[in-house]
Design a protein around this ligand. Structure first.
Ligand SMILES: *Cc1c(COP(=O)(O)O)cnc(C)c1O
Length: 391
């Protein structure tokens, strides 16, 4: 079945819900069992990592419907949901790592993931080494006997370096490490994690899966071999997402394929156009020929999302504000993956420890939303004109 079909059908079962198309929202804490024997049977199924409803935190049907849908779309064995993308990242790392273990993580990782490694993971005796995002097969030299996890976020957060996933996975697996990937940028549609050696794939579903900038949600999908560790860890940590947010997640998922195609086209069109504009030093988008990550992106990815970066020529804070503050269609805000366009200045240098970030001027992260591409271009053109005048 083509993935565009899977995305529409997975995790839905209208027949068991009065014919209603979408899985219903179950608000659950207590789940009643008709007899002691039935309760004991349900509990026993849990010992074998069953998914039936036992309590609000365990087996809410709204959660299971979302999780089954995400697992099918990611192409993995099974999935669990979390109340945010960062909760998914944290629970995953805490599930696979123990005191004394070593973690290898990409230096261009999402900032809050870096904070987690330097904060609670460090305090719990887990040592992190940040590796250069373009290390590729060279990562083998950094893998130690106690390295339990190699964590990849590709492309790099804010800077968009594409990583050689198959080469990294091969080096990690040769030493018995688990390969975890934050696959939020491409979504399961444009990067197939389990075809490239990933064992555990994380989605900040807040972004493209929810897709409408109104709910926080995370999802983690694993291979069959990696599943028990995630299942046990997430349950020990008490992770569960709210049913209304899970509902929005499964609803957003149904239209992901058409939305993402548009984000891809508009993002690439804007990136290509920006590359030739005065005031722009560099465009960070792996879908552009000539980008350092372009050949790996072409080899491994099926498309690009709408998120990319631009490096400006050196300019004053006043000039930067003139550009950004006057934009009418690009909102100044964090997150991305919704229908609207966004812009955010980012300080990449402050988030590096294994590599240095050397760009001539400030970096803007742009999210190309679903607006008309020419309208977005005109908004940016007016912004660049304000920048030129202010300098
Ligand atoms: C946003 C984001 C997260 C965290 O997701 P939240 O839902 O905001 O907690 C994790 N990884 C990446 C790549 C993200 O962009």
């Amino acid at each position: 079945m083509n993935i565009d079909t899977t995305i529409v059908t997975a995790g839905r079962d209208p027949e068991s819900n009065h014919g209603v198309v979408n899985p219903p929202v179950y608000h659950v804490s207590t789940v009643l069992a008709p007899t002691l024997a039935a309760r004991a049977a349900n509990y026993a199924a849990r010992q074998h990592r069953g998914r039936g409803p036992l309590y609000g935190r365990r087996g809410n049907p709204t959660a299971v419907a979302f999780e089954r849908a995400v697992a099918a779309v990611e192409g993995g064995y099974d999935a669990l949901s979390f109340p945010s993308g960062l909760a998914a990242v944290a629970s995953t790392l805490m599930s696979y790592l123990s005191a004394g273990d070593h973690l290898l993580i990409n230096d261009a990782v999402y900032g809050p993931t870096r904070n987690l490694c330097q904060g609670i993971l460090k305090r719990h005796g887990i040592e992190t080494t940040f590796y250069p995002p373009l290390i590729g097969a060279g990562i083998a030299e950094l893998v130690r006997p106690e390295t339990r996890v190699v964590y990849v976020e590709s492309p790099g957060s804010l800077s968009f370096e594409v990583q050689d996933m198959p080469a990294i996975a091969e080096a990690a697996h040769a030493r018995g490490a688990v390969v975890i990937m934050d696959n939020t940028w491409a979504s399961p549609l444009y990067f197939r994690p389990f075809d490239h050696g990933v064992d555990v794939s994380i989605q900040a579903a807040t972004k493209y899966i929810v897709g409408h900038s109104d709910a926080m949600l995370g999802a983690v999908t694993t291979t069959e071999a990696a599943w028990p560790t995630l299942y046990d860890g997430a349950h020990e940590l008490g992770q569960c997402a709210g049913p209304d947010d899970l509902y929005l997640g499964q609803r957003g998922l149904r239209t992901l394929a058409v939305r993402l195609r548009r984000h891809h086209e508009t993002g690439l069109a804007l990136a290509d156009w920006l590359r030739g504009q005065a005031g722009i030093a560099r465009v960070l988008h792996p879908g552009l020929p000539g980008d350092p990550g372009h050949s790996l992106w072409k080899r491994d990815y099926l498309g690009a999302s709408g998120l990319f970066g631009v490096v400006l020529e050196p300019c004053s804070g006043t000039a930067l504000a003139a550009l950004v503050d006057g934009l009418e269609l690009f909102g100044i805000g964090a997150s991305w993956g919704g229908y609207e366009s966004l812009v955010l200045p980012c300080d990449i240098a402050a988030l590096r420890s294994a590599t240095t970030w050397d760009a001539p001027g400030p970096v803007l992260r742009l999210h190309a939303g679903l607006e008309d591409a020419d309208d977005l271009k005109a908004d940016l053109a007016a912004g660049l004109a304000r920048l030129a005048r202010a300098d």
